[in-house]
Write a protein that binds this ligand. Structure first.
Ligand code: DX5
Ligand code: ZN
Length: 215
């Protein structure tokens, strides 16, 4: 079964703890935490202090998506007992191999993400190192954008390479995932789907999580 990671970016920030509790109780597998710096992406979201404030509330692990320049400077701040994955962008790392190793040395699973315009081939030298590849299906920076259909070709390509080389990384997709495309997302071979608006803008968040997972 596909795992679902609700993106907190679409939650009600005035009652973040309450929204986190709702999605945890409804069967979310991870909390997807979008960290934006106004530099790598044209938006600013929240940082490590907000993440830590949820540590006693969440019952599911964090899937931290760093959309920031110089992620090495901040990796440590996102290590908590709830942190499962820390994902950095290929486009933001001049020394990607080193950054991935830095994450793993802290005992955290390492992910790498590619923007819609970045081909899978740019990851050829790190696929044997990473625990997760995050395929962006929108240009990062904002929630509520439309799903870029070509991203499913990248998912299929990653799945093929994983099989051919006997690798074990998980494949995650992020951006514009909703009830209309979740079946295609699953069919392409995604292991973890991120969904922000589709979850938090639903009238019944609980039902929406169940519907997305069972679609
Ligand atoms: C975009 C973020 C996504 C986004 C998903 O930069 O990485 O996680 O919040 O939101 P939706 O599902 O609304 O596209
Ligand atoms: Zn994200």
């Amino acid at each position: 079964m596909i795992k679902l990671a609700p993106s907190l970016l679409a939650a009600d920030f005035s009652q973040l703890g309450k929204d986190v509790k709702i999605v945890c109780d409804a069967g979310a597998d991870f909390l997807h935490i979008d960290v934006m710096d106004g530099h790598f992406v044209p938006n600013i979201s929240y940082g490590a202090c907000v993440v830590k404030s949820l540590n006693n509330i969440t019952t599911v692990p964090y899937d931290i998506h760093l959309m920031i320049a110089n992620p090495d400077l901040y990796l440590k701040e996102f290590v908590t007992d709830k942190t499962a994955y820390i994902t950095v962008h290929q486009e933001a790392c001049a020394h990607l191999n080193r950054t991935i190793n830095n994450i793993k040395e802290m005992g955290i699973k390492a992910g790498v993400s590619i923007n819609p315009a970045t081909p899978v081939s740019t990851l050829s030298e790190v696929l044997d190192l990473v625990d997760l590849v995050l395929v962006m299906s929108v240009n990062p920076g904002f929630g509520g954008q439309s799903f870029i259909e070509n991203s499913l070709d990248k998912v299929k390509e990653l799945k093929r390479i994983r099989e051919e080389k006997g690798l074990e990384f998980k494949i995650e997709i992020d951006g514009g995932v909703n009830l209309d495309n979740i079946s295609r997302v699953k069919a392409a071979g995604v292991d973890i789907a991120v969904a922000g608006s589709a979850v938090f803008k639903a009238k019944d968040i609980r039902k929406r999580i169940i519907d997305l997972k069972n679609a």
